[in-house]
Structure formats: C-alpha cells, structure tokens
Design a protein. Sequence first.
Lengths: 156, 69
Amino acid sequence: MIAHTPRMVSHEAFGSDTAAIVANVPDPASTAAPTVADAAVAVAGLEALSDELRGCAILGPGGEALAATGDLATWDGAARGLLEAADRAAGEPIAHAHVGTEEGEVFAVRQGQFAIVAAVERFALAGLMLFDMRAVLRDLIREAAAPAPKPRARAA
Amino acid sequence: MPPKPHRALLDRVTGYADEAAAYLRRRRTTRQPFARVHVPGGRIRSCAPETEAGRELFRAAAHVIDAAR
C-alpha cells in the first residue's frame, strides 16, 4: 500500500483568509441607498461622459430628484412628470423612454429603484446615450451597496 | 487608360461618405417628433403625437427640455 503524502498545503491558508476577503466584497443585494452626494457625483459623471447632454436629474426610490444639473425643484417636477406619463403610456413601469421633439430629445432610464431623466441635443445617438445613462445608474447603485472603508488601525 | 488603383479606392470612399452625408441630411429634414416607451420584457410602444398618451409625453418632455435651459 502506498502511503498518502500531503502535497498541497495552500488550502490551510485559504480557510484563515476567506473571511477577511469576503468582508470587503460589496453585496449587490444590499438595500443601502445612494446619498445626495453620490447622486451629484453621478450627474457630474454623465455630464463628463456625454457632449450632447443639456441637463439631467437622478430620481430616488420615492421618485424624488436626488441631484440635477440645474434647479432641483424644477427638475423634480419635470422628471417625475415624464416618468409618470411614460408609465401611463406603457400601462406598466417602463425600462426606458425616448421622446424626440423639434426642441431636443428626452431620455428616461429606470434601473432598480432609481431613474435618470436627461434632455439632449436633437439627433443624439440613442444607443450611446442609453448606454451612458445605464452605466451611470449602475455605478451609483454599486457604490451605494459597497461598504464604507474601514478606518485603518494605528500602529502602536 | 484604367484609373490608378489608389484613385479607384479614393472614389469609392468618397462615394460612401457622400451617401452617408445625404442620409443624415434626409434624416434631419424628414424626422418627425416621436415618443417611444420600452418595458422590461422588451416590448416597445410608440405613441403618436395625436393620441392622448403621446400628447402627455410630449408635454412632459417639453417641461424637461425647459428645465435643462
């Protein structure tokens, strides 16, 4: 009979380190809500991404505007009104909406409990615009789900 | 005498560019206002401006455009 000789010892280290690694992985199912500051950063991010953007607002779970490029109260009513009109037109909550007028174009994207409404120049590329808006919302939700960085322990 | 190879290639590229520019010009002049809503299952509903839903969407979109000014 051949005696079994353990050759792999790395699994021993695996058991002792896993807890520390898992503690730093963001939980995608977390219910943490983005703050107003997070939303303001997301609005600035979309402005930087899109040359054709005129203005936008990010709406929170209650349908209230968290941040906008202009006056928050004006955007709150306008963005909320567009989402409500789009939901009524579809007969159910929309994933996204696109309205093209002589004055410009308007996009609305909903992801999870959050939504973003944007006014852009005429003939903006719809696919690109929707991609940018979705990316901004996804980042916003992901950052909210990520745990706050733990303070480093001071060396004695 | 046959055209030089690089000349033929240039003419071809210029032809494509002209076609694309003409398409964009036609699109700008003929594109009508529209409103489309997409639901999570992938269904799309187009709302004509003369319908009640379309009117409501265009009104709401006008408010959003005003807010962005």
